[in-house]
Design a protein around this ligand. Structure first.
Ligand SMILES: CC(C)(COP(=O)(O)OP(=O)(O)OC[C@H]1O[C@@H](n2cnc3c(N)ncnc32)[C@H](O)[C@@H]1OP(=O)(O)O)[C@@H](O)C(=O)NCCC(=O)NCCS
Length: 163
């Protein structure tokens, strides 16, 4: 599908972006997203396909949001009041996660795929599960990810040499 450039962010069609939403430079919005009224998304974010972001949600800079994740703002639907989530800078959210009404995801936190986040996530922590609970620290996550990545590269090179 052809990307459509709307000011500097890159937005893939079809996606609905409410005209009042603000999207920072270098941010990429995948296809089939629904971005509500007064949503603010910072710079250099990667919002993957099928993400639903409810009205008034605030997302910082350098945030990754995996596919089919949803942000909610209505704790007791039809009664209100609405309270949107806030996601701070440098957060990673896996695919199919749910970020509940009024929840704050602290800076450098990681939300594992399919997590159901019902309470604030402290900065630099990793949460998983339903309801999402502490899994490890961001430092441990980064170490694990680096080791995994190095291991994959080692075997890729090894296979090249062998082949
Ligand atoms: C954070 C993440 C990397 C964790 O990986 P990990 O720490 O290497 O986890 P492991 O595979 O070693 O599994 C450890 C345990 O946690 C469990 N687990 C792993 N991911 C889980 C998740 N998202 N939710 C609940 N449990 C999970 C495993 O089942 C395993 O449980 P066990 O010890 O009872 O067998 C991974 O869960 C994740 O969310 N990745 C993001 C994927 C994604 O959405 N990508 C988006 C772009 S495609």
């Amino acid at each position: 599908m052809k990307p459509v450039l709307v000011s500097k962010p890159q937005i893939y069609e079809p996606s609905y972006i409410h005209p009042s939403a603000q999207i920072g430079e270098g941010t990429r919005i995948g296809a089939f997203c629904d971005i509500g009224k007064n949503v603010v998304i910072g710079k250099n974010c990667n919002i993957q396909a099928h993400v639903t972001i409810s009205n008034e949600t605030v997302i910082g800079d350098n945030v990754f949001v995996g596919p089919a994740t949803s942000f909610f703002n209505d704790k007791y639907p039809v009664y209100g009041p609405l309270k949107a989530p806030v996601v701070c800078d440098n957060v990673i959210i896996g695919g199919h996660a749910s970020i509940g009404p009024g929840v704050k995801v602290g800076e450098w936190a990681v939300v594992c795929m399919h997590s159901n986040v019902t309470a604030d996530v402290p900065e630099e922590t990793v949460v998983k599960g339903n309801p999402a609970r502490l899994y490890m620290t961001r430092k441990q996550y980064d170490e694990k990810a680096r080791m995994y990545s190095a291991h994959q590269k080692y075997w890729a090179n090894y296979e090249d040499e062998e082949g």
